[in-house]
Design a protein around this ligand. Structure first.
Ligand code: NAD
Length: 267
């Protein structure tokens, strides 16, 4: 079966970006990039499931976005590292909302260790969230997309520019390897899922979130000097790209990796 062509491709272009009637799930949705993705999808008209691990603000945040956008935003506590847990969360979301059209595997963690000194636990901590968790989230969503039929789903992974380059100073081998694997995973799934969904990545550069602040300040200052745009990004500057990939505006895009980095990877 060929990649589905949505009925509204012949309509005015802005209507192709509308997500009215669609249902989305976003992991790592309570803060940082994920929170802006939840807001963006709700603003574009989708009903959104905000998936979080631990956040005392998740319910209040969901309520606020709901009242500001008029879209339903519901919270679900889960852990992407545990296949049974994230699978039952995604299944519950599809049951509660009646379907699932968009899934954003955004949860991630960063850390730095000397590559000669990684313990098994330190290596696995990163891989379990960034790679295993992304795969478990996608597997659960993909099964629902498949059941729903041709053209049913849009799967989006938050990868990173670290998938393709090495920041100096370094000591992020596990993080970088996990994100490189996610970009390639997305390409593999894009080909396997062509009957029932599209699969793409967004690779942010330096985005001002809690994650960026875990790096030593001198590293961050050094990296910032290397960004041709002259500054790091506000996470809200990624919203348009997620809505684009979630929507029919990107109906012929699958297996792609959109880099949003203020030109960091260009030199
Ligand atoms: P963040 O630390 O604010 O958000 C990470 C989110 O992942 C949090 O909501 C956290 O609760 C969630 N999470 C962590 N472990 C989890 C688990 N086991 N199960 C479910 N959720 C879990 O950082 P962020 O910058 O918003 O990161 C979001 C994504 O963007 C990550 O995948 C990150 O690798 C990626 N990214 C960030 C940057 C950046 O500069 N901030 C750059 C490139 C890529």
């Amino acid at each position: 079966m060929p990649l589905a062509k949505p009925a509204n491709v012949s309509k005015p272009v802005l209507s192709q970006f509308q997500l009215n009637g669609k249902v989305a799930a976003v992991t790592g949705g309570a803060r940082g990039i994920g929170l802006e993705v939840v807001r963006a999808l709700a603003e574009a008209g989708a009903q959104v499931a905000l998936i979080y691990t631990s956040s005392k603000d998740a319910d209040a945040t969901a309520k606020k976005i709901s009242s500001e956008t008029g879209s339903t935003v519901k919270t679900y506590q889960s852990d992407v590292r545990v296949k049974e847990t994230i699978t039952s969360t995604i299944n519950q979301i599809a049951k509660d909302f009646g379907k699932l059209d968009i899934c954003v595997a955004n949860a991630g963690i960063a850390s730095h260790y000397d590559s000669l000194e990684y313990t098994v636990e330190q290596w696995q901590d990163i891989m379990k969230v960034n790679l295993d968790g992304a795969m478990y989230t996608a597997q659960a969503a993909g099964k629902i997309f498949k059941e729903q039929g041709p053209g049913a789903g849009s799967m989006i992974f938050t990868a990173s520019v670290s998938a393709t380059l090495v920041n100096v100073p370094q000591r992020q081998a596990a993080y970088n390897a996990s994100k490189a694997a996610v970009v390639h995973l997305a390409k593999c799934l894009a080909v396997e899922w062509v009957d029932f969904g599209r699969v793409n990545c967004i690779s942010p550069g330096f985005i001002e979130t809690d994650m960026l602040s875990v790096h030593p300040k001198e590293w961050r200052d050094h990296w910032s000097l290397l960004v041709p745009a002259g500054r790091n990004a506000d996470p809200a500057e990624l919203k348009g790209a997620y809505v684009f990939l979630a929507s029919d505006a990107s109906s012929y895009m699958t297996g792609a990796n959109i880099v949003i980095d203020g030109g960091y990877t260009l030199p």
